[in-house]
Ligand binder design. Sequence first.
Ligand code: ATP
Ligand code: MG
Length: 263
Amino acid sequence: MSNWRHKPRTDRELNQLVAPVNQVIRWLKTRRGFIIGVGILKGGTGKSTTSLYLALYCALVLNLDVAIVDTDDNSQSLSRWYAMHLAMGDKIPFTLIEHPTKGKDAIPLKKRLKSIRGQYDVVIVDLGGGDKETFIDLCEKARLLFMPSAPSGWETDRIQATLQTAASAARINLDGLDVYNFFVKCDFGSTLAEEEREAMALDLSEEDEDFIQPPFLHPYFDISKAPHHIRSWNAIPKRGDLEEWGLLIRHAMKGIIEEDEAA
Ligand SMILES: Nc1ncnc2c1ncn2[C@@H]1O[C@H](COP(=O)(O)OP(=O)(O)OP(=O)(O)O)[C@@H](O)[C@H]1O
Ligand SMILES: [Mg+2]
């Protein structure tokens, strides 16, 4: 279920906001190695859950070759999720690549991405909340950066700092980096998302000339707090659970494909 408060009134209006599935598949298949980063310089906002659902949608629904790169040395949530489900005999439709950022196997993320990107249509990079160096590396290489957070000041607090770091790192990104904020864990029965979006858009410190307006996706594409998200540690989400994620990806891809075709 997406955010019904902002639902486009007609199918035509919706289709103006999302790229058609076939166009997204064709575009990604012909390019290969499309890098999507999922990161905010803050822990616990929903980055790994977002990475998982994006990967499942791209693999199961779009039928693409997908890898997740787990860069989170501290919690390694997705690496542990992957190992656990493999041990349970579950079929996982994407590859998991561990990327240690410390210790003897550590290499810069840029180097890792260079060596693997040709093998996949889509590479999703899940970041830890505190690893600024890896975040900067990612902003130099990714084409798309998603910044998921709950609609609460407790989670959005570091978004301004993250946007400023991303903007500075993206200056040397040869393909250009599109950065998008959206909310996850949304209760669409309340107006929390609307309130928080408004609070974040306000430049509270007018002297701060570095303030960056958060680049929000259309609010219809916020993500619910449906229970399957919370259960996804134990139960691999089903195709039907991926629908709202599909709309979100198709919405972000519409902008990217249009920019690409205009270039
Ligand atoms: N859409 C959602 N609906 C409900 N709960 C969610 C949703 N997305 C994430 N969560 C919950 O939020 C918590 C944090 O999620 P997650 O581990 O994905 O965050 P993270 O940003 O990767 O954390 P870390 O910084 O530790 O890596 C988990 O309990 C998860 O189940
Ligand atoms: Mg995580």
